[in-house]
Design a protein around this ligand. Structure first.
Ligand SMILES: Cc1ncc(COP(=O)(O)O)c(C=O)c1O
Length: 287
């Protein structure tokens, strides 16, 4: 596999030589935002949605990103053209930029821009066939609507959950009010009585989640509401959504089997509909 060609602050560089200044506040203070996209058939899926979310994330935490979504889309395409991945993941990061003398430099800095393409390695087939094991943990993401570089609580939660169950695939976050919000790197959707139920606030609005909810409209009722931890064990089915993960059934939460314990019929149906969309070129680009 040839080395990835990355984009860093105006230059295309092989990954091993792609570097940012050591005084970038993304490194010093974790100040930055990012987004992860993927391709289907070599074409980026919903790039405008991802880039709009990236820009909103930056604006929300005071990073003045000077690019338009169209300019960013061109940079993504130019990066992909320099690479030969049959199917790629693409991370795009907006960093806080070079540190000034003061701590409170928000908005004053010129932000950095990084694009890191990579070979897309899908999750194993068993995850989709049998479902995955997840755990819950009492964790809240800081400004959850923002996809910031700060993932420490989630990383620690996954590490801790895997100490007792090495097969844990994802951890669901439960806030101080006992509400399940999302996964560390995914959104969560329950199937209950033929309805889709998913938390609608204090989450990162996943692009995959949005596509799935749109697809489900007309097929079944979709309800966005608060979901409490106790409801998980009662659900007929649970699945996770994410750009690389797509739709992934959950078989077990905190050691309790969900529904029949594998991939339920509603999840399977949505996986089929989702697959159709990702195969249709126009639907990949649609907003
Ligand atoms: C916290 C969080 N929630 C949800 C998601 C899923 O978002 P998407 O479907 O846009 O990949 C992610 C993706 O990384 C995430 O980090």
């Amino acid at each position: 596999m040839p080395e990835a060609i990355c984009y860093v602050n105006g230059q295309f560089l092989p990954e091993s030589r792609a570097q940012i200044p050591v005084t970038d506040v993304a490194l010093l203070r974790g100040l930055g935002v990012f987004d992860t996209l993927r391709t289907y058939g070599g074409v980026l899926f919903r790039p405008i949605d991802h880039l709009e979310r990236l820009m909103q994330s930056a604006a929300r935490i005071g990073i003045r990103a000077p690019w338009t979504v169209e300019e960013l889309a061109q940079i993504l395409l130019a990066t992909l053209e320099r690479n030969e991945f049959p199917e790629a993941t693409v991370r795009i990061l907006v960093t806080g930029g070079l540190a000034g003398g003061q701590f409170a430099t928000l908005g004053a800095n010129e932000p950095g821009l990084i694009v890191i393409p990579g070979f897309l390695s899908p999750y194993p087939d068993e995850c989709y066939r049998d479902g995955v094991r997840v755990a819950t943990a009492e964790i809240e993401r800081f400004i959850p609507e923002v996809k910031s570089l700060h993932y420490l609580p989630g990383i620690l939660a996954i590490h801790s959950a895997r100490q007792s169950d090495p097969d844990i695939n994802e951890v669901l976050l439960v806030n101080r009010h006992g509400r399940v919000t999302e996964g560390v790197v995914s959104n969560v959707i329950l199937v209950s009585g033929g309805m889709l139920i998913t938390p609608g606030r204090e989450i990162l609005e996943g692009i995959t989640r949005g596509v799935v909810l749109d697809l489900a409209e007309g097929l079944m009722p979709v309800i966005e509401r608060d979901v409490y931890r106790e409801e998980l064990a009662e659900a007929d089915e649970i699945f996770l959504t994410g750009s690389v993960r797509e739709i992934m059934p959950v078989s077990n939460v905190d050691g309790v089997a969900i529904g029949g314990g594998g991939c339920g019929p509603v999840t399977r149906r949505l996986m089929g509909v989702f697959r159709e969309v990702t195969r249709r070129p126009q639907a990949r680009q649609a907003k």
